[in-house]
Design a protein around this ligand. Structure first.
Ligand code: ATP
Ligand code: MG
Length: 442
C-alpha cells in the first residue's frame, strides 16, 4: 500500500487495540485527583501567543524554539499550548474561579505541542496529566501536590521512580544567585552554546537546564541555589522535607533541578526513572507564586505538576504493569437468514437496554465465519438463530468458555434468562476460587 499522506513527525496514533492502555492511565489519574479533592478543568488547545511568552518565559527553550504559532487569514496569531499551566491559570482568572475561596484545586488531561527533536519519549504532540493548586503558600500544599503525583505513580504500578526536590527560592534569593552564576559562567562564555551565551545576562539560571553536553559539563561546578536561599525560603523547604518524611515519601534533594519554565519559585520537583533512556522525567512540577500576578491577577500563591503520559506509558510497559481490562462481548447472536436477523435486532436492542454488550453479524457472513468472529472478539455466550429457532421460540445459549449449552426462550423473558446466565457465569468463577482456597486448607 502506498499511503499518500502520513502522520506528522513527532505525533502518534493510538490504534483501537491499544486504547485500553490510555483508558487505564486516564482513569487512574482522574480518580486519584478527585480523591484529593481536585476537579477537572478544560481549556482551549490554542491561546494568545502572549500568554505563553509572559508565563513560560521569553528566555526558555519552549518559547525560543518550540512553540507552534498558527494564524488564519485575517485573524491574529495564536499558539498551540506547549504546556497546561498558563492556559489553566488564564481560565481560572477569566472565569472568576479565584474568587470562589482557597484552595482551588484543578486537574486536566490535555495535549501539548512543542517543536522538539523527536526521540523516544520526546514527541511534538504529547499528553499531560496536570494538577494545579491555587491559594496556599504553605509547605503543606507542596507536600499534598507531591503526594498526589506519587499516588498516581504508585497506583499505575511503577517501581524504581525517584523523587528529586529542590528549592529555587523567591525573587530576592534568586537575584543574588543569578549574580553568582554570571560570575561563574563569564570566564567560560566562549565555550557555551549560542543560546546560552545570549541567556547569560538575562537569565543565567537557564544555563543549568541546557541540554548540551558541553554546557552541562561546564555547569557541573556552578554555585547551587540552596546556598543562596533567604531564611523564609529555607524554612519553607525544611518544612516540606519534614512533611514528606511524615508521609513516608522518599526523596533526594537535587540542587541541580531548576526546571524548564521561568515561572517556578521555591519548590521544584521531578519524578525520574532511568529505565526509558534519556527522557526519564515522567513528572515535573513546582510552585509558581508569581505567575498569577504576572497574568494580571492578584498576587496569589500556587503550585502544580505536569505528568507526561507517553513517558508514563513507556515505563509501565517496560515494567510490565497491569492495565485495566477492556470490556468484552457478553453475547454474540449468530444469524442464518433474514428472519433471524430481524429477530436478532429486537433481541439486541432489549439486551443492550439492560446494559449487556451484544453484537450480531453486520457483514452478512455464513455461520462458520460468524462463529470464528465470536471467538475472536472473546464473546462469553453465543446464540445461533435460524428459522427453526424462530419457529419454536427457543434457542441454545452456548457458554463459549465451557462449551455448555442451555435452552433459552426468545420472548419477553429473554433478558431475565440471559441476566441469570451471566450471573451464574460470574458466580461459577467465584465458586472455583473459594473452592480453591478451601481445598488448599484441607
Ligand atoms: P524535558 O526536560 O524532558 O524536556 P520539560 O522540563 O520540558 O521536560 P515540562 O515542561 O515540565 O517538561 O513538562 C512536564 C512533563 O511533560 C515532563 O516531565 C515530561 O514527562 C512531559 N514532556 C515534556 N516534553 C515532552 C515531549 N516533548 N514529549 C513527551 N513528553 C514530554
Ligand atoms: Mg523540554
Amino acid at each position: 500500500m502506498a499511503l499518500l499522506v502520513k502522520k506528522p513527525k513527532g505525533t502518534a496514533d493510538v490504534v483501537p487495540s491499544r486504547s485500553y492502555m490510555w483508558h487505564t492511565v486516564e482513569q487512574i489519574t482522574a480518580d486519584t485527583a478527585q480523591q484529593y479533592g481536585f476537579k477537572e478543568i478544560r481549556v482551549p488547545t490554542f491561546e494568545d501567543t502572549g500568554l505563553f511568552v509572559r508565563s513560560v518565559g521569553e528566555t526558555t527553550d519552549v518559547v525560543q524554539k518550540e512553540m507552534y504559532t498558527v494564524s488564519a487569514a485575517g485573524d491574529s496569531t495564536f499558539t498551540l499550548r506547549p504546556e497546561g499551566t498558563a492556559g489553566v491559570m488564564r481560565a481560572m482568572l477569566e472565569n472568576g474561579v479565584m474568587n470562589e475561596g482557597f484552595p482551588q484545586k484543578v486537574y486536566y488531561i490535555l495535549s501539548c505541542f512543542r517543536h522538539e527533536n523527536v526521540q523516544a519519549g520526546r514527541l511534538r504532540e504529547f499528553h499531560q496529566f496536570g494538577c494545579e493548586m491555587v491559594g496556599s503558600s504553605s509547605p503543606r500544599a507542596d507536600a499534598e501536590v507531591i503526594s498526589l503525583a506519587k499516588s498516581v505513580l504508585d497506583r499505575v504500578g511503577l517501581q524504581n521512580i525517584a523523587l528529586n526536590i529542590n528549592s529555587i527560592g523567591c525573587p530576592e534569593c534568586r537575584e543574588k544567585y543569578r549574580q553568582a552564576l554570571r560570575e561563574y559562567f563569564e570566564p567560560h562564555k566562549d565555550e557555551l552554546c549560542h543560546t546560552c551565551r545570549e541567556r547569560l545576562d538575562k537569565n543565567p539560571m537557564r544555563l543549568l537546564d541546557c541540554k548540551s553536553a558541553e554546557d552541562q559539563a561546564i555547569a557541573k561546578d556552578a554555585p547551587v541555589i540552596l546556598d543562596y536561599l533567604c531564611d523564609d525560603c529555607k524554612a519553607h523547604f525544611e518544612k516540606l522535607k519534614e512533611y514528606l518524611t511524615e508521609m513516608g515519601i522518599d526523596f533526594s534533594v537535587n540542587p541541580r533541578i531548576v526546571r524548564g519554565l521561568d515561572y517556578y519559585t521555591r519548590t521544584v520537583f521531578e519524578f525520574i526513572t532511568t529505565e526509558i533512556g534519556a527522557q526519564g522525567t515522567v513528572c515535573g512540577g513546582g510552585r509558581y507564586d508569581g505567575l498569577i500576578e504576572e497574568l494580571g491577577g492578584a498576587k496569589t500563591a500556587a503550585l502544580g505538576f505536569g505528568m507526561g503520559l507517553e513517558r508514563l506509558l513507556l515505563v509501565m510497559q517496560k515494567q510490565g504493569c497491569d492495565f485495566m481490562e477492556e470490556k468484552t462481548c457478553d453475547l454474540y447472536i449468530a444469524t442464518m437468514g433474514e428472519n433471524a436477523v430481524k429477530k436478532a435486532l429486537s433481541m439486541t436492542t432489549a439486551l443492550r437496554d439492560e446494559g449487556f454488550f451484544v453484537e450480531y453479524d453486520l457483514v452478512e457472513r455464513g455461520l462458520k465465519p460468524q462463529m470464528k468472529y465470536a471467538d475472536k472478539i472473546g464473546a462469553k455466550f453465543v446464540i445461533v438463530l435460524g428459522d427453526n429457532e424462530i419457529e419454536s421460540g427457543s434457542a441454545k445459549l452456548k457458554n463459549m468458555a465451557t462449551g455448555e449449552q442451555t435452552d433459552i426462550t426468545l420472548g419477553e423473558k429473554l433478558t431475565e434468562q440471559f441476566s441469570q446466565a451471566m450471573l451464574n457465569e460470574m458466580f461459577s468463577g467465584f465458586e472455583d476460587e473459594v473452592g480453591g482456597i478451601i481445598g488448599k486448607g484441607e
